[in-house]
Design a protein around this ligand. Structure first.
Ligand SMILES: *Cc1c(COP(=O)(O)O)cnc(C)c1O
Length: 231
């Protein structure tokens, strides 16, 4: 479908415009909100097209899909892993992703730390919070997030850089606000070896509201590439 490129181009312009507007409306003018293109089910040619049009950050959900696509990616964009991650699959992504956003247990953090040490590096991570307390979703319970971050801060080869969440689609605004409160609360602890500077929240349907509540990184899939077609 040739005009899918034009479609992506227009979407990207609209989203960038909306992000800038939301920042102007709700935030300090010098605050930057990063745009991540979420790539699940999207073929590399369209991902690379988005990169050629200015996207600098990609989000990957599935280890296997990422494995099969990553060699075709334009290497100028950074990649974050954002999907549910099993401990035994960390080894497949540890060397190619810049940051892992979906860390929600000490077991997973320990494995990332162990493999990072083996590769002589420090891996940046976010703590994923299940702000809506939904059974079906990943993420640590909000009441356990601070304790988990204290535990993770002891690990020498990972660095916690902030929080990530996928709020329930209903009442998204209330949960985005509560995430901001939690983020500020944990930031105020000034935990050693933790640098809280990323609040990853906001997707196609709620990114402007997420920016209102302090998001520093919005993750957009369908709004940019169109509806996902699962094969
Ligand atoms: C799919 C996905 C997104 C993007 O969702 P859209 O509604 O398509 O924008 C963002 N974050 C995560 C973790 C996702 O899995």
């Amino acid at each position: 479908m040739e005009n899918r490129f034009g479609f992506i181009d227009e979407n990207l312009k609209r989203i960038t415009f909306n992000i800038n507007e939301a920042v102007a409306k709700y935030r300090n003018p010098d605050e930057k909100v990063s745009l991540m293109a979420v790539t699940k089910t999207v073929e590399p040619e369209y991902i690379n097209y988005a990169v050629s049009k200015g996207v600098t950050l990609l989000g990957e959900n599935r280890v296997q899909e990422y494995q099969s696509k990553k060699d075709y990616y334009d290497k100028s964009a950074e990649v974050h892993f954002i999907g549910h991650l099993q401990t035994n699959k960390v080894k497949y992504i540890i060397d190619s992703v810049k940051l892992i956003q979906s860390v929600d247990s000490i077991k997973l953090a320990l494995e990332i730390d162990r493999l990072s040490e083996k590769s002589s590096k420090i891996t940046d991570i976010l703590c994923e919070v299940n702000i809506g307390g939904e059974e079906s979703k990943g993420g640590i319970d909000r009441n356990e997030a601070k304790e988990l971050i204290y535990q993770m801060s002891e690990l020498k080869n990972i660095r916690v850089c902030g929080l990530m969440t996928i709020p329930p689609p209903y009442e998204s605004e209330k949960f985005l606000y509560e995430m901001k409160m939690l983020y500020d609360d944990i930031s105020a602890e000034n935990i050693n070896n933790v640098k809280m500077n990323i609040l990853s929240m906001g997707m196609s349907n709620d990114y402007e509201t997420a920016i209102k509540y302090g998001s520093t990184l919005v993750r957009i899939g369908t709004g940019l590439f169109g509806n996902r077609i699962y094969k």
